[in-house]
Design a protein around this ligand. Structure first.
Ligand code: CP
Length: 329
């Protein structure tokens, strides 16, 4: 598979292994661009991308904007607090007004699950989900899987453990969909109050005990406790959560020495991960962040037509060879 046959990236649910591998392979070819002195290629020259962030973000927002700049797209950033949403404008009107300005892609983060799907059905422009409620965060799922593949190789049969607030985690859901499709052996671990009913139907194993969950694991991905999404408290105290489900030096002792520790960020240090684990050589948390830029470059490139667009540009404008082989411009 060399081309993406979809207008939007809304989630990893239902995506085939071939499609996921197309994203991962394209990411690998884009990663090197960020190592160059001049971190820029003309792959998306002439494309206009709007980053519509209705929820706070550091990593996703910055990495999408960097990805757009490194691909020479024109990027516009809109946040809820400085948009006309505060004057009562609807999401539909906001999106239709942006489309009227002839944009090509909207990258959207929204507190409501399904908001990107609503826009995708409404607009001719492509829509990329940068996190919708507790539903999906597909580019985070892809960057986590890319980081796992870089460190472990083929993920088929590898034991990946996802720990924490599974019920509120869009990152957990996107990881589960992608990893199960690629044949990984996924275990989820967390308090019963944070475990969605029927989660095993997604093809995962449930293990309530953290130490049993992590033994034999190839990687452990720790989910953030999302206090802002909990309507009622789902555990007695943060200290109690940390003592039962937090990863610390004692947990590390029960893991294989080569087992990776991952976290999508932002981290609650001292809650789901101790200071020393976060900063240990087991942690690949900043590798995940580095890979986030390349995953978002690959996503925007593929969504905008990928190699097909390269061919059109080459025929019409004599644009240079594909990004991986191209010198900086
Ligand atoms: N992982 C992640 O989505 O982080 P941000 O909320 O900072 O974008």
């Amino acid at each position: 598979m060399t081309e993406l046959d979809r207008k939007d990236l809304l989630g990893l649910e239902g995506m085939s292994a071939e499609e996921i591998e197309l994203f991962l392979d394209t990411t690998a070819s884009f990663k090197e661009i960020s190592e160059r002195t001049v971190k820029k290629v003309p792959a998306l020259r002439g494309k206009t991308i709007v980053n519509l962030f209705f929820e706070p973000s550091t990593r996703t927002r910055a990495s999408f904007e960097l990805a757009e700049k490194r691909l020479s797209a024109d990027a516009v950033n809109i946040s809820k607090s400085t948009s006309s949403v505060v004057k009562g404008e609807s999401l539909r009107d906001t999106a239709e007004n942006l489309q009227a300005m002839k944009i090509d892609v909207i990258v959207i983060r929204h507190a409501a699950s399904g908001a990107p799907h609503f826009l995708a059905s409404l607009l001719d422009a492509s829509v990329v989900n940068a996190g919708d409620g507790a539903h999906e965060h597909p580019t985070q799922g892809l960057l986590d899987i890319f980081t796992l593949r870089e460190n472990l190789g083929d993920l088929s049969g590898r034991k990946i453990v996802i720990v924490g607030d599974i019920a509120h985690s869009r990152v957990a859901r996107s990881n589960i969909f992608g990893l199960v499709t690629l044949g990984a052996d996924v275990t989820v671990c967390g308090p019963p109050t944070m475990m969605p009913v029927g989660i095993e139907k997604l093809g995962v194993t449930i293990e309530r005990n953290l130490l049993r969950a992590v033994e034999d694991a190839d990687a452990v991905n720790l989910m953030r406790i999302q206090l802002e999404r909990q309507k009622v408290s789902l555990f007695p105290t943060l200290a109690e959560y940390a003592s039962v489900y937090g990863m610390n030096r004692e947990t590390l002792r029960h893991m294989k020495p080569e087992c990776l520790v991952m976290h999508p960020g932002p981290m609650n240090r001292g809650v789901e991960i101790s200071q020393e684990v976060a900063d240990s050589d087991r942690a690949v948390i900043l590798e995940q962040v580095t890979n986030g830029v390349a995953v978002r470059m690959a996503t925007l490139y593929l969504i905008c037509g990928g190699a097909q667009r390269e061919k059109v540009l080459t025929d019409e404008e004599e644009v240079e060879a594909p990004p991986a082989n191209r010198e900086a411009v």
